[in-house]
Design a protein around this ligand. Sequence first.
Ligand code: NAD
Ligand code: ZN
Length: 342
Amino acid sequence: MKALVKARAERGIWMEDIQKPEIGHNDVLIRVRRTAICGTDIHIFQWDDWARKTIPVPIAVGHEFCGEVVEFGSEVVGFEAGDRVSAEGHITCGVCRNCRAGRRHLCMNTSGVGVNRAGAFAEYIAVPAFNVFKLSDAITDDMAAVLDPLGNATHTALSFDLVGEDVLITGAGPIGIMAVAIARYAGARHVVITDINDYRLELASKLGATRALNVTRDSLDDAMRELGMTEGFDIGMEMSGNPLAFTDLLRTMHHGGKVALLGIPPEKTAIDWNQVIFKGLVLKGIYGREMFETWYKMSSMLQSGLSIEPIITHRYAADDYQEAFELMESGQSGKIILDWTT
Ligand code: NAD
Ligand code: ZN
């Protein structure tokens, strides 16, 4: 079958012919219809330090996808051939304390599809049935391909009560932009987002941001004054991984504010702990999606008025992956879909 493979320890990614995956007795074989390119895939494409340390070469990559069930192992129940599905890309061990307690997102033995094991940028992928999520007809294939990052946004945004609150999101990457839409949907008052990329800030405005600020030009303090926010933000979501953005976020939080951290900062990033201590801030780290509460929440929200359609800005046939990866790398896009059915 065709698959996008990180075949060599250097910049790039290559379409290759590899063996179709075999399924174990608890696995489901899925024919992939659509995939989406993640920031992680760009790190792998660029072959940066993180990728060098993490990715075993050669490996088929990709983890944002949807498709249809074509085959399943002898122990699998609840699936039929033809079911439209997506899947949670974090494969958990099932036997550690957190897994056994139903806190699968806190499993310490997590293995990632397209990172530690064969990925979804392929005609077929095999995953444990436990990880497979059946799709409502109301969710289109394109939308289903971005449930993984929408799940990151959902997990982060729904960590704290947003009703009537003023929210700051630092980083208007695809996940930050989707978090804007969720915060609005969930009843926040002002949702302010920052970035240094005008293309993405414009998208964030389309998805409902009260203010989308380019921090190279615009002042966060001015925006807060204009919005009548004299006391600071109630809820913060760090979605850039940029230490300066995080510093600004902590500085503008209200006393007693709550902050969810999704962005991955450089190792050993320092912060002003006095902001945390004297303001009594609550900080929460976010990894992946809650299994499977996040999946049910986002699926239900998409069926009851949450609209994130504009986040998908480009669509390519899988064979045109090179152009798609370069566009994603440029930052001049939202989510980019690769179609594996053409
Ligand atoms: P992304 O890299 O596309 O978005 C990050 C954005 O931050 C970019 O648009 C960038 O221009 C912006 N940025 C850079 N400097 C900034 C500054 N000073 N102020 C404000 N914004 C600034 O990433 P994404 O896919 O949207 O993911 C967001 C973050 O979450 C990334 O750091 C990613 O690594 C991380 N992530 C974490 C998890 C997790 O499970 N914790 C999962 C997925 C992604
Ligand atoms: Zn576990």
